[in-house]
Design a protein around this ligand. Structure first.
Ligand code: T4K
Length: 395
């Protein structure tokens, strides 16, 4: 069993959060903003917007891309662009935006169970839930690890269902060298400040079909098709020039940020392997192929000596703020718990996983020594709570 290295770990002086945004040099942002000021075009698809759209297309390896003001607006637009109706199969193990985008569009989310290893939606559970009312699948690449894209494509083809991927966490994830945005009918990315690549708030839809992109661009702009034509009921989802200018600066820092995150993830993986009762989740295909968005451990309360919730709480005393993404399950929200698919008996794997997962700090501003210190804190908490286990009290 692992021991804290170098004695009792010292509390961090400054709070350590689950993530921090990648901040480009302010001078670089100012230089881009000066260009925006000169043109006086602040939004409505200007030069910064077009430059970012093109840069991201090649970075992500996708044929078509439309930028949005945030990922949720992009998701709602994807649902509208594909004409989904009735019921859509989705995962309960996600951020509220995923099922809410369906409900907001008048669609009933049908929750399916998840895979015990990847924690992504399980194709077997999806296939079982298809009915005559099902129009699509909304799957999430949770923590940036890819779904079983081949299994889902087979079901989509067999049952005539559209597939939308929520790749909010999966910026730059690749499957066999292919960009994650190149699967399904549409893929949504989030560029929120908490994401590896960000525009403070922002998002995008990727697809392989130019006519679908044209429809999305109209829907993103009130349904306006040309100077005298409004052809659809659209919303305002446009990314501004200021967001795009920031994004172009952030994008330059992504390779460096990724390199640091990979080192930190390797350190975590090594340390977590030594701690009884913890398992490591990140980077199922190897960290080189994923977005390195989150570092995730699973806590087996019986073996670790205390629950995930206790570990989360105790770390706060050390000034470390982990997150329990995605607890509670979406199926347990008041607005969804009465759906037949929300029953815990329908979601046994998700129900267990959601009690065990903990996202620990990961961002380029941390050093390997910080990861060691956090792991020492975890070991120290285990040693303390281990004593209460011996006394028969696992919380
Ligand atoms: N689908 C999925 C699967 C998603 O995870 C999300 C969003 C979406 C769809 C929707 O995409 P968007 O519409 O948001 O583009 C955060 C984000 O707000 C949210 O975008 C994200 N997922 C979710 C997983 O995380 P919170 O409520 O946990 O964020 P918050 O403010 O507590 O931030 C977490 C930590 O990050 C803070 O403790 C400190 C740090 N932080 C945060 C912000 C905002 C900073 O250092 N600076 C910052 O500016 O939701």
């Amino acid at each position: 069993m692992s021991r804290a290295r170098g004695g009792a770990p010292e509390r961090f002086r400054e709070p350590v959060y689950v993530t921090r945004p990648l901040l480009p040099p302010l001078a670089a942002v100012t230089a881009r903003l000066e260009a925006v000021w000169r043109t006086q075009q602040l939004t409505n698809v200007g030069a910064q917007h077009d430059e970012l759209e093109s840069a991201l297309r090649s970075h992500l390896g996708v044929r078509e891309l439309s930028l949005f003001t945030n990922g949720t607006a992009a998701l709602i637009t994807a649902i509208r662009a594909l004409g989904l109706t009735g019921e859509v199969l989705t995962t309960p193990f996600t951020f509220p935006a995923t099922p809410h985008a369906l409900s907001w569009s008048g669609i009933t989310p049908v929750f399916c169970d998840i895979d015990p290893v990847t924690l992504n939606i399980d194709p077997v559970s999806v296939e079982r839930a298809v009915t005559s009312r099902t129009s699509g699948i909304l799957a999430v690449h949770v923590y940036g690890n890819p779904c079983d894209v081949e299994g889902l494509a087979r079901i989509g083809d067999r049952c005539g269902l559209k597939i939308i991927y929520d790749a909010a966490h999966a910026f730059g994830t690749r499957v066999n060298g292919r960009g994650i945005g190149d699967f399904g009918d549409l893929t949504m990315f989030s560029f929120h400040a908490t994401k590896l690549f960000h525009t403070a708030e922002g998002g995008a839809l990727a697809c392989g079909d130019a006519s679908l992109k044209a429809r999305i661009d109209d829907l993103r702009n009130f349904g306006i098709h040309g100077p005298d034509a409004v052809q659809a009921i659209g919303l305002n989802g446009k990314m501004s020039e200021i967001q795009a200018a920031l994004g172009l600066c952030v994008l330059e820092g992504v390779p460096g940020e990724l390199a640091v995150r990979r080192l930190l993830l390797a350190r975590y993986r090594e340390r977590v392997a030594e701690i009884e009762g913890l398992t490591w989740l990140h980077g199922l295909n190897g960290d080189a192929d994923t977005s390195c968005q989150y570092a995730v451990i699973r806590v087996d309360a019986a073996r670790f000596g205390c629950s995930r919730d206790v570990l989360h709480r105790e770390l706060q005393a050390y000034n470390v703020f982990t997150r329990k993404y995605f607890s509670p399950l979406c199926s347990n929200y008041d607005c969804y718990r009465d759906l037949p698919s929300a029953a815990a008996s329908n979601l046994p794997v998700a129900t267990r996983a959601v009690q065990e997962v903990l996202c620990v700090p990961l961002y380029g501003g941390l050093a390997e020594s910080d990861i060691d210190r956090i792991c020492d804190m975890i070991v120290a908490i285990r040693e303390t709570t281990g004593r209460s286990v011996a006394a028969g009290a696992v919380e």
